[in-house]
Design a protein around this ligand. Sequence first.
Ligand SMILES: *Cc1c(COP(=O)(O)O)cnc(C)c1O
Length: 406
Amino acid sequence: MLDIDEKLLQLSKSVLGELNFDEIDEIALHNQEKVLCAMQRNRLSATHFNYSSGYGYNDSGRDVLEQIYADVFSAEDALVRPQIISGTHALFIALTGNLKSGDELIFVTGTPYDTLQTIIFNSPQSLVSSGIKYTQVELTSSGQFDFENININEQTRMVMVQRSCGYSLRPAISISQIKQLVDYVKTKSQNVIVLVDNCYGEFTEKLEPTDVGADLIAGSLIKNCGGGLASSGGYVIGRTEFVNNAAYKLTGIGKDIGPCNITHELLHGLFIAPQTVNSALRTSVYAAKLFSVLGYEVYPKHNVHRSDIVQSINLQTQDNLIKFCRGVQKAGPIDSYVTPEAFAMPGYDCDIIMAAGTFVQGSSIEFSADAPIKPPYTVFLQGALTWQHGQIALLIAANEVLGQKL
Ligand SMILES: *Cc1c(COP(=O)(O)O)cnc(C)c1O
């Protein structure tokens, strides 16, 4: 069995006794029902798991997969494809498919996630280099939208929200905040598209951005929606016209082509996704409480409303960060014997350490952690395929950090 200090095990027991998962569990129950009903309503059958090849015309498995996704997200249409490489790629086709030279994109949640910066202004093929105007509005100090500075004008074509905090220390944007924003934008102009980067947010609340009027959402299937079973893929969901525009960017000729040979794992994954997200949320809440009892600052705290699965812990020193990430790696089912090292990554201004012993490469719905090696020495962790593994893995990581100090 695993070698975890007895005092830490005792502490964990008392921490668990103080946690309440009722709200998270009720959300999972609601979302499970939603997914089940969508599968039944669309008459999902075993024939939809058949192999398709070539161009993928009349791929009925792919078509029903997309109808089910559209249904789950209360949307007109969905593009759910293994040919979409990642969340970044899904966002890329949602953006480039719906913006033209001369249009303005207003990003209303401060600095975008790193790979989004590449898409928007930091590559030879960026939106800005193709003549799209980019305006960024920061959140207020209390994490609210700064409506006074969101200036919708003739040129504005799209307002974009990043729901998850990503790797920044701000709260996730809740569905009720997204509703406020949609209402605000739509009273100014009906023609402006509201796009939400939904990565890490799916199934953390009862409603999704499309339930409250967002026109388009995009995300990754190797995060929340794939339930840990999807081996690749991404989605763009929302109004038919805008989903179609994204599909033209993906295939050149729209939605009717593109074989999906992994409908089985994508639908199996979607079916268990509410449960997987529940495990991830429980793990984050537990991490918040455990590490705050151990004397570290955590963000968000264990008892606040969540709209993404990310948990950050301020570990105060470089040494602690490295020990924590080595503990996370040691706690995974895959590559547990590997020792992660900090390294320089393109697009970052400091070394990064990453730990992920995952079945699917880079899948961050599986228990994983990353940390930029710079003050304030914060680690970002997310995921857990099972709540039991989440607990065990955090105890191993805490044991590494505390070491002799116990
Ligand atoms: C993960 C993530 C992305 C990018 O998704 P990839 O699948 O890693 O390309 C974009 N935005 C946010 C908020 C994310 O968490």
